[in-house]
Design a protein around this ligand. Sequence first.
Ligand code: CU
Length: 689
Amino acid sequence: MRIVIGGGSHCQMPTFQKRFPYSIGILFYALFMAIGYSQDVKVETISDSILPINLGEVIVISSFNKALEHKAQNKPLSTLDEYLESSSVVNMIKRGAYAWEPVLNDMSSERLSVTIDGMRVFGACTDKMDPVTSYVDVSNLSEAHVTSGQQGAEQGSTIGGAIDLKLEKSNFKPKGWYGSVEAGGESSNAARIFGGELNYSNSEFYLDTDIIYRKADNYTAGGGGEIEYSQFEKYNVSANAGFRVSDDRKLTATFIFDEARDVGYPALPMDVSLAQAYIVSVGWFQDTLFGSFTDWETKLYANKVTHVMDDSKRPDVPIRMDMPGWSDTYGYFSQVNLRQGAHRLLLKLDGYYNRSLAEMTMYPNDPDESPMFMLTWPDIRTLNSAIYAEDVIDFKGSSLKLSTRLAVQNSNVADEFGLSSLRIFYPDMSRHKTRFLKSVALQYNTDMGAYQFNGGISYGDRAPSVSEAFGFYLFNSFDNHDYIGNPNLENEKALEANAKISFKDEKLTIDLEGNYFYMSDYIIGEVDPTLSAMTIGADGVKIYKNLDHAHLYNISCNAEYDILPELKWTGVLSYHRGVDGDGRNLPFISPLAYGSSIRYVDGKFSGSISMRGAGKQVDYNPDFGEDQTNAYTVFSLSLGRTFSINSNELYLKLGVENVFDEYYSTYTDWKNIPRMGRNFFMTVSYSIN
Ligand SMILES: [Cu+2]
């Protein structure tokens, strides 16, 4: 067992509101009663709210058949993006209704490590339209482990932290056959969701299979405006199998196929006709290894991502473009535990090889002009090999965790044409580059009766991403500039301090936490006035630079109070700030944000009312394409009920999001694209045990 020093798995609840329309409640309740059967609903939990900063959090994802967690969710067939967003630690940058980009501690993709069951996957889009999280679905997952800052270094080199999406597995439980079917619908975008799961598990063998299909039309913003190009369609199939070779040896395998088609990105000038991923792995587990080593786990994996952008549905584009991208990754990890006296050691070796390639072909309107071809990611091969070690030392009532990751990362510009294109800007650039990445962290945790303290300091660095180092005229519609990578960038470094004080008694839990990142060689695009844009209508060209330094601060307070055994209140408030060495505001930093919820659960029935919102954005920066985002508050409600039918279970959940149909956008909404207006949703699931 591993301890999450810092926060641990602390779950909160969903979001809620203030004026509860009784008529709706009574209506829902009558509906449930009419259907008949009563039964026990347990659990609550999960994620509410708003913004970042826990040192570690587990977001439970209610996929199929996990009857209990199900009921806990505000909206059981939410997209994974909505699950992540509902947690108090993760924000999501939105470019449309699909494939949002996770933000942790005010940092996104290139500053985070996002993994699927420990596997590295890299998106194939130069415009971040396909974050790793878009290639799985709630049907695959049991939970998301979110770790802040260098506490996430176990999964890979990172600055902001790590999100590891844990696949759901039967794990040799003696359950025989079991399964479920689910269906859901939403009113704002006429979303239709169908899923099913069929599993077999005994102590020698298990096989889990699931499928989910989602189709949504354009959604409607608050006040009734239709958001064009916000439709999407996706399906995901996966299978997990395990075979017990001997008492303490197990062989496992995973297969995931995910495909999205006709995905609109209303905030971007292009859509996606295809986003597809194959993800496979085989694993080997041994309870013991030689000596006192235990829990030896090794996994080999491969994944292939294809991404095709498409502007054929947009009228009046100045020039038609084809922009496909590919990202293939092969990797492994092998880890083992060792327990000796007060020490709990974890040793891990891991590595991956990634190939990223993206092209752009422009077709001028004049048929006599020939098309223009560019490599926007010039076939970059990255080889990363690392060792990670941690030691948790237990004292009386407290513990100290020391951890480190050391990595060697090699990059190679494999394409000749791409290399010579980059050499226009960097004549002395060499094809190969080697970087050394380091992370060290010290985290202390102590229990003092009702109080708990957790604090630490750490240092870590990261290599520039493929776009930051080698991107070639990547258009960013947010600040309307073309971006050119810079292979000479220094590694970005972060010195981090964090602290958390928790109070807990029978009824009340309060967490107050904060962190600070002193970042040196902060990577960001800066205007180069000597260059002219390739994209028609762009304002200029930016080149990635290292800023001397930048500061990021995050503070949050979470509270939870049990008014009655069945009735629980939660609240969260957070503040974030990010400036560079010259005092300029950094982009995508949250304004003051808050949330609160009341949730009722008895044996038969659950209901919730939630509220979340943010203050007016004060610290924004037009240089990075930002404008001021207004304050907003939105309210949601949900009601759920379980019915027993023989030994099976029928579960029904209904709810309304954005009850008052508020028109709003948040600081993470690309080009202020408004969020969904009032949205009714319903989920029905039937599980066969
Ligand atoms: Cu794309």
